[in-house]
Design a protein around this ligand. Structure first.
Ligand SMILES: [Zn+2]
Ligand SMILES: [Zn+2]
Length: 384
């Protein structure tokens, strides 16, 4: 693998980033580290796009062709429970999604491509803030990512716990779901717990709504087009001897196509309307898409798969992997430019096999050389 000789650098950078996690547009540490290293590699650096976002520009030869490769830099508000020497130094901040690894893999590719890359065209190394709340990509685009820089196509990557290191997956079409947050509020009439006939108990009504929402996925969606509807909060103003008059149900819905997202929203509105009207209480439903689904263009998915096959071999490459039920704000970049999002195994054992966002998860340093070599392979292939 091309970046093999960078192994020690990569591990050092990754563990340093791991110790210094920051969230949501506060990623100063990573932003400065990325900018300084890119400059050291001789790459043109544009810092401060969406506060902490960085774009590195590397041009060789005379071709007008270009490629954008994106990594995310943000951590999560989680207290790390691992006991590594490089454990997070900041309370309630942790790289529990492996973005420390994503940043490092792209840095490794940048170093190699600047020093020995064999390509003709321009490579844009995009380091974005705030993936987790789905504002980073959006803000970078608003601040000129695709107008200041002429980027033909974009690629992004996520590590996947539970998949072996050295294995790769992507697919044409939707690869990660949209995230949609919903809130259902309704108002009955509170009162005395011993006099229910004189009020309109919102707890009973809300419970019926929650049960009925379970039928959206099982009875309304086409079984081959998956989705999720999860109620995560049910809040009322009731107390032990007071009947609640107000109710608020919150939750999260995921869909792999625009069609199923519309079905989920419409069914939800219909269920709430029906039940609330039956009990004569007022209601309001808000349903907001916070992150769209990630859609891979066929041509870019083919290119991404081809690069994986030449790096990892046919048997470790899956060009038609199952879509994932998480959301990813790379979707906003690949809505603007043709793109492909790829997945790479983070390993199956210990902290490497723990789910993303778990307090005992860790990015696998064994993936650093593989992942950075993949970006080198892809960039050189696309800009041959
Ligand atoms: Zn995450
Ligand atoms: Zn992530």
């Amino acid at each position: 693998m091309k970046t093999k000789s960078l192994h020690n650098y990569l591990v050092e950078w990754r563990q340093d980033l791991h110790m210094n996690p920051q969230i949501s547009f506060e990623e100063e540490y990573a932003s400065n580290k990325v900018s300084n290293l890119l400059k050291e590699f001789g790459i043109e650096v544009h810092q401060g796009i969406a506060k902490t976002g960085v774009v590195g520009v590397l041009k060789k030869g005379t071709s007008n062709k270009s490629i954008g490769i994106r990594a995310d830099m943000d951590a999560l508000p989680i207290n790390e429970i691992n006991n590594f020497s490089y454990k997070s130094k900041i309370e309630n901040r942790m790289h529990a999604c492996g973005h420390d690894g994503h940043t490092t893999m792209l840095l490794g590719a940048a170093k190699y491509l600047a020093e020995q890359g064999d390509f003709d065209g321009t490579i844009y190394f995009i380091f974005q803030p705030d993936e987790e709340n789905c504002f980073g990509a959006k803000t970078m685009i608003e601040e000129g990512l695709f107008t200041k820089f002429s980027i033909d196509e974009v690629y992004g990557m996520h590590n996947i716990p539970g998949m072996e290191v050295g294995t790769f997956g992507t697919r044409k079409g939707a690869i990660t779901t949209s995230e949609n947050l919903f809130e259902i509020s309704f108002e009955g009439k509170g009162g005395h717990a011993a006099l229910p006939h004189m009020g309109q108990d919102t707890l009973t009504i809300g419970s019926q709504i929650i049960v009925a929402l379970q039928t959206i996925v099982s009875r309304k969606l086409n079984p081959v087009d998956p989705g999720v509807v999860s109620v995560t909060e049910f809040i009322t103003d009731g107390k032990k001897n007071i009947l609640p008059g107000k109710g608020l149900i919150k939750g999260d819905a995921r869909a792999l196509s625009e069609d199923s997202n519309i079905i989920i929203e419409q069914s939800m509105r219909q269920i709430v309307k029906g039940i609330c009207e039956a009990y004569n209480v007022s209601y309001e439903v808000s349903y907001k898409t916070t992150c769209p689904m990630t859609f891979n263009e066929s041509k870019q998915a083919d290119s991404a798969t081809k690069a994986a096959k030449s790096l990892l071999g046919e048997k470790n490459t899956n060009g038609d992997i199952e879509p994932r039920q998480f959301s990813e704000d790379f979707s906003i970049m690949s809505k603007e430019k043709p793109g492909c999002f790829v997945l790479m195994g983070n390993g199956t054992k210990g902290s490497h096999g723990r789910p993303l966002h778990a307090a005992d998860y860790d990015f696998n340093d064994e993936l650093l050389v593989t992942g950075s070599s993949y970006w080198v392979e892809l960039a050189e292939q696309q800009l041959r």
